[in-house]
Ligand binder design. Structure first.
Ligand code: AMP
Ligand code: MG
Length: 327
């Protein structure tokens, strides 16, 4: 028998295969790239991640009937709703984050979202409507018991909106699945909010033109979320109504550009980008710093329109490149 020379062995790192998928999830596009030891493993892991995001969507969505939050939002005042331990824990967690942002982020903002017609064509509420909606916002309108997995809505006008944090939680859940499957290199992009396993260069969109990259930076095992008003706002009688609301004033937060948050958790990045936008660059950077000192690591990057230029301000030490400023 003739002996064949052994094939030169390749370094282990090169022996990976990738699976890429694009689909619709949580009302937006999910782009997924997963690397694993071989293609069947990459496909299997990516399917698990997609299934996990679908599970979270069913749990949290208030756009379709039947999920835990939807049932809570439709319940009679004081009625005990079995939302399950996961949703109850999550609600307690996001309420704690609302307090940490001094209410700039508030998951109970739904009455204001409705008053401004942000789930439809948009509208301008009267002062009375706006004041009533403000009064219906706040953690005091809910009772949550993570121990038993129960929750109650205490007033008829109150409601939970998952728009500013549900995608972040879904990314965390999907990333946890991927890690469990042994994946250490992946990129998940859920409507522009990113989760990176391993290391990757990513970009941040121009707030006036989402198709154009305005800045880029490197992420390692982290999530990046950007909040801005570019496309999701509404125009009512010629007036631009942003979809990011200041729960205190009950009005859309002033549109200055975009706020980006980076954190090891997708939930935290999602929450903070919303809070940073509502607060604006100055107060947003101060909150970011305060949270870091309080033991909640995070980074902030603000892109601020100045005439036809963008100006960037960020947390100290955040490394990023600007992709050319004039438009
Ligand atoms: P994001 O794009 O993550 O900043 O989330 C924006 C969505 O969150 C909006 O479309 C609203 O549904 C909801 N929202 C608006 N303002 C707030 C706020 N101050 N706190 C929490 N959720 C909000
Ligand atoms: Mg958010």
């Amino acid at each position: 028998m003739m002996m064949l020379p052994a094939a030169p062995s390749r370094p282990a790192a090169a022996e990976t295969a990738a699976a890429e998928r694009r689909l619709v999830a949580m009302g937006t596009t999910l782009d997924l790239r997963v690397e694993a030891s071989d293609r069947p493993a990459a496909l299997r892991a990516s399917e698990e991640a997609v299934a996990e995001i679908a599970r979270i969507e069913n749990l949290l969505s208030t756009w379709k009937p039947g999920g835990a939050l939807d049932r809570l939002n439709r319940s009679c005042p004081g009625e005990r709703v079995a939302v399950g331990r996961e949703a109850a824990n999550l609600l307690a967690d996001v309420e704690a984050w609302s307090a940490r942002t001094d209410g700039a982020f508030d998951p109970t903002v739904l009455p204001l979202v409705r008053a401004w017609g942000l789930r439809g064509e948009g509208r301008i509420p009267s002062d009375l409507e706006r004041r009533r909606a403000i009064a219906a916002v706040g953690a005091r309108h809910f009772r949550i018991d993570p121990e038993t997995g129960a929750a109650a809505r205490l007033s008829l006008a109150a409601g939970i909106d998952e728009g500013a944090w549900g995608k972040g939680y879904a990314l965390d859940a999907a990333a946890a699945r991927l890690r469990k499957a042994g994946v250490s290199e992946a990129l998940l992009d859920l409507g522009g909010q990113l989760f990176v396993l391993g290391h990757r260069d990513v970009s941040i969109a121009d707030p006036s033109n989402r198709g154009r990259a305005a800045a880029s930076l490197s992420l390692t095992d982290a999530s990046l979320s950007t909040s801005g008003n570019s496309e999701r706002g509404r125009t009512v009688k010629g007036q631009r109504v942003g979809h990011l609301l200041n729960p205190r004033s009950g009005r859309p937060a002033p549109d200055f550009g975009s706020a980006t948050a980076i954190a090891s958790s997708g939930l935290v990045a999602d929450i903070l980008s919303t809070a940073f936008f509502v607060l604006g660059p100055e107060k947003g950077l101060a909150l970011s710093e305060r949270l870091r000192r309080a033991g909640f690591p995070n980074k902030a990057l603000f892109l601020v329109r100045r005439g036809d230029h963008l100006e960037a301000t960020s947390s100290p030490g955040l490394q990023f490149q600007l992709e050319g400023f004039s438009r």
